[in-house]
Design a protein around this ligand. Structure first.
Ligand code: SF4
Length: 297
């Protein structure tokens, strides 16, 4: 092997090692996988989910616990979807898999007005079909391929457009309490995933076969984040680290931190908002004061 090839192989190995390390650390930090788990790995055919499956399979071989992996793809019947690509790949690597079929494409086309982005309804329908299958088959964990940059983008989307400090959690219980969803790529950079997918030559299937575009808000946020990263390399890392270092006493949410009890010197009941502002005070349905911004509007 010549020097250039050796250098390339060394770089590939280093990246694979870094990804295994980051995924392994996320699994440990958030208790994502335990003994006997049956993990359903959702595979879309994009770079993120291929990488997630690949790294999980590598980690499975040396994991301190036994767990199974099944790759599951939902064929949503988008025009031009190359049906043979995923089965061919999954058979070549010898992983257990299932391709589900549900024509969500026609539903989305029928319901969403022409010219509007379809991704939100499309992914809700996809999630519904995958969760239903997971329940039928008794999978104990559902693994999704969202990565560090998705977490950061979602944080800003929620901040700017929904007035919430929240993101995509690395591990969550679905609203109906039936599913535990894990995001093993929580610590992994999108750029690293793109490089890894290229190195491993995954047979990528584009999501935009349906012709839809991501919504304007998400695009704006992505543009802003990309620009930051160009101008101030390392900023996204800093933000991602901040998502894991939240200080409720330094924010302003009395539901997360008991500001009322802070520094009290008597046990007498405190007057509520009406006591301070009179009967005209604007309050929410649960009796809490309405947000300041709304009161001033
Ligand atoms: S690009 Fe198309 S297939 Fe992908 S999420 Fe959006 S609507 Fe669904």
């Amino acid at each position: 092997m010549n020097a250039a090839l050796r250098k390339l192989e060394h770089e590939h190995n280093r990246l694979a090692k870094r990804l295994r390390h980051q995924v392994g650390r996320a699994i440990a930090d958030f208790g994502m996988i335990e003994e006997g788990d049956r993990v359903m790995v959702c595979l879309s055919g994009g770079k993120d989910s291929y990488t997630m499956l690949d790294i999980l399979l590598q980690l499975q071989k040396k994991a301190p616990v036994n767990f199974s992996i099944t790759a599951v793809n939902l064929d949503q019947k988008q025009p031009g979807f190359p049906e043979h690509v995923l089965p061919q790949y999954l058979e070549s690597i010898g992983v257990e898999y299932k391709i589900l079929e549900q024509d969500t494409y026609s539903v989305v086309k029928r319901v969403v007005p022409e010219g509007k982005t379809m991704c939100s309804l499309c992914s809700r329908l996809r999630r519904g079909a995958l969760y239903t299958y997971a329940e039928e088959q008794g999978f104990s964990k559902i693994a999704l391929g969202h990565h560090r940059d998705d977490l950061v983008a979602t944080f800003f989307l929620n901040l700017f457009f929904h007035a919430k400090i929240s993101s995509m959690p690395p591990k969550l219980l679905s609203d109906d309490g039936k599913h535990v969803v894990i995001r093993p790529l929580t610590y992994v950079k999108e750029d690293d995933i793109a490089t890894y997918a290229e190195q491993r030559a995954f047979p990528i299937i584009p999501c935009t076969l349906c012709g839809s575009q991501e919504n304007l808000q998400r695009k704006q946020v992505k543009r802003m984040i990309d620009q930051w990263d160009r101008e101030t390399p390392g900023r996204i890392d800093t933000i991602a680290r901040a998502l894991g270092d939240v200080r409720p006493s330094q924010l302003a949410d009395p539901k997360l931190f008991d500001f009322l009890a802070l520094g009290r010197h008597s046990a007498a009941p405190l007057p509520d908002v009406h006591g301070w502002l009179g009967s005209g005070a604007e309050v929410e349905a649960d009796g809490r004061p309405a947000p300041i911004a709304l009161q001033l509007a």
